[in-house]
Design a protein around this ligand. Sequence first.
Ligand code: 13P
Length: 252
Amino acid sequence: MRRKLIVGNWKMYGRLASNRALLEAILAGVRELRGADYAVCVPYPYLAQVQSLLQGSNVAWGAQNLNQYEEGAFTGAVAPGMLTDFGCSYVIIGHSERRGLFHESNEIADAKFTATLKAGMKPIFCVGETLAERESGVTEQVVATQLDAVLSHAGVQTLSNAVIAYEPVWAIGTGKTAAPSQAQTVHAFIRERVAKHDSQVAQSLCILYGGSVKANNAAELFAMPDIDGGLVGGASLVASEFLAICRAGARA
Ligand code: 13P
C-alpha cells in the first residue's frame, strides 16, 4: 500500500511574514494527520526560514530547481549541496514552467534528476502534455519520451528514490483539472511503462497528480488507484485549501 504524498509548490510566491503565517497554520493542521506525508517546495531565499520552522515536524521541505553541477562559475545558479545544507528532502525537476519558460530540455532535466539523487535528495520529476499535444492524441508519446529520458539514462532503480508528478500543462494554473479518470489513465500508463523495466519499482513508485488540485477535487483524484497524492500550486498558498487537500490525502 503506497502512502499518499501532498507537496505544495509555492512557485515564485511568498514573503517572510506571510510564509510564517502559512507554515504555522499548516503545522497546526497536519500535526495529528498521520495518514499521509507532506512537503512544501519553496523559493531558495526562504529555505532557512522554512528549515527553522519545520524542523522536527511531519512536514518536509525542498526546492523547485537546482543546477546539475556541484560548484563552479555559474552566476545565479544553486548547487545541490547548497540545498542539502538547508535540510531539503525534495527537488522539483523538469516542471513544465522550467521546460517552457526556461527552455530546459529532457537532457537537462535528466542531468538535474541525477544530481538531485547524488546529493541524497528525492527528485519530483514532472511530466505532462500541452493542450495541443492532448488534442492531437500524442499524450502518451510525450509522457513516454519525458520518462524515458530518465529511464534510459539514470536507470529504473533510481525511481525507487524518486517521485513522478503527472502535470498536464493545460491544467496548470488554469482552474481546469484533468477528470480523475483522465488522470488515472496517464498514471496507469506511467506505472506500466516503469513496470516493463522493474515491476517492484513500479508498484512502490509514488506518482503525484498536479494541475489545479483544489480542496473540492482532491478526494476524487486521490481515490484513483494510481494517483498517490498531489503536487499543488495555487492552493498550497492558502492554508485552509492546502489543509483540506492534506486531509483528503490522509483519508484516501
Ligand atoms: P496549480 O495547482 O496552480 O494549477 O499548479 C500546479 C503545478 O504546477 C504544481 O507544480
